[in-house]
Design a binder for this molecule. Structure first.
Ligand SMILES: Cc1cc2nc3c(=O)[nH]c(=O)nc-3n(C[C@H](O)[C@H](O)[C@H](O)COP(=O)(O)O)c2cc1C
Length: 329
């Protein structure tokens, strides 16, 4: 069992935000799956993302790896809030009454992010989540989708000070957490590939406000990592006939699954080491994601420093049975 601010994750395995946590039926089956201790929703924006046939996923035929060109969920946040309210209030036969939803959101406009956080807080108020311990709703801000033209992952530019920078977005989250410490907030990060990216990000976290009373960060968890952008697979690597030379119509996309595992482990390991050195950040938990396709891979994630382990690609390959596979191998 892991406590992350006000949520409890038990068992310490989760789905990570992905296309298979997109609609009501998928969220319901994740909520009812006894092998995961939290449900992470697909990333939502305020108004929904315009999806077309260029947004898709392909699976490697030789390893449990994927390449995707998706943006964000076509469903707006309001739809997720309705569904979550229904699942948390409904007669759903989960044997895990404390199981939380981690609501993945993103926005580059500050006022939109503010509104989304307020809407999530309104949902929490409506289900008495602010007064209950543990809480059953958390926020994960996605700072890391590699597939949005003109909108690079904000975490790759951690020291920027512009209005749309991660630093500005974190101020919104900090304000929300300052007025309600029961709100659990995490960040979904892209894979970093050299040391200074990690240390710059730690600087940003330190700057982005410990609460003066608790001296702790408003950020309670980091989910490492999202897919590796600008990756390429040829059609012959996925064993499927298609109109294009490449596995996805955009040619390049985000790489995940086994092909990402070593880099994801390295990100978890480096963050675990750096966070432990900082008094204000040492309680931040890491959700380790990337190439977790077996129990051994999950164990490696934990040995690298993850308190909770997550996966997406195996969920796409096996459905919710993936979590039984990871739990039993
Ligand atoms: C098809 C697909 C869609 C994804 N969509 C999202 C998303 O909406 N938000 C997000 O934060 N990550 C998204 N991801 C990234 C996953 O959460 C995860 O970080 C990444 O796939 C690495 O984990 P894996 O190796 O288990 O797939 C997506 C991944 C895949 C494969």
């Amino acid at each position: 069992m892991v406590h992350i601010n006000n949520i409890i994750v038990e068992p310490t395995l989760v789905n990570s935000s992905c296309a298979w946590a997109s609609d009501f039926a998928q969220l319901e089956s994740l909520y009812e799956c006894p092998h995961i201790g939290a449900v992470t929703t697909r990333t939502a924006t305020l108004n929904g993302f315009k999806e077309d046939e260029s947004h898709t996923v392909a699976f490697s035929s030789s390893t449990a790896s994927s390449l995707n060109s998706y943006g964000y969920s076509p469903y707006p946040l309001a739809t997720y809030l309705e569904w979550i309210q229904q699942l948390l209030n409904g007669n759903h036969s989960t044997k895990q009454p404390q199981k939380p939803f981690i609501i993945s959101i993103t926005e580059s406009k500050l006022e939109n992010l503010e509104r989304m956080v307020n809407d999530i807080q309104a949902l929490r108020a409506s289900i008495d989540d602010k007064d209950s311990n543990p809480s059953r709703v958390a926020i994960e801000l996605n700072t890391s989708c590699p597939n949005i033209p003109g909108s690079p992952p904000s975490a790759y530019n951690s020291l920027s000070d512009s209005d749309t920078s991660l630093r500005s977005l974190l101020k919104v989250l900090q304000t929300a957490h300052q007025s309600d410490h029961t709100l659990t907030i995490g960040l979904k990060l892209p894979p970093f590939v050299y040391r200074q990216q990690f240390t710059d990000f730690i600087t940003l976290l330190k700057d982005s406000g410990s609460n003066s009373d608790t001296k702790s960060s408003p950020i309670s968890f980091l989910t490492c990592t999202n897919t590796l952008g600008n990756s390429l697979m040829f059609l012959e690597e996925i064993d499927e006939a298609g109109k294009f030379r490449f596995a996805v119509p955009t040619a390049t996309g985000g790489l995940a699954g086994e092909a990402l595992h070593g880099l994801a482990l390295g990100n978890v390991f480096t963050f675990a080491e750096l966070l432990a050195k900082e008094d204000a950040l040492k309680d931040i938990a890491i959700i380790g994601v990337g190439g977790v396709t077996t129990g051994q891979a999950a164990l490696r994630m934990r040995q690298a420093g993850a308190a909770v382990v997550g996966c997406a690609t195996l969920l796409g390959i096996e459905g919710v049975k993936a979590f039984e596979t990871i739990s039993n191998t």
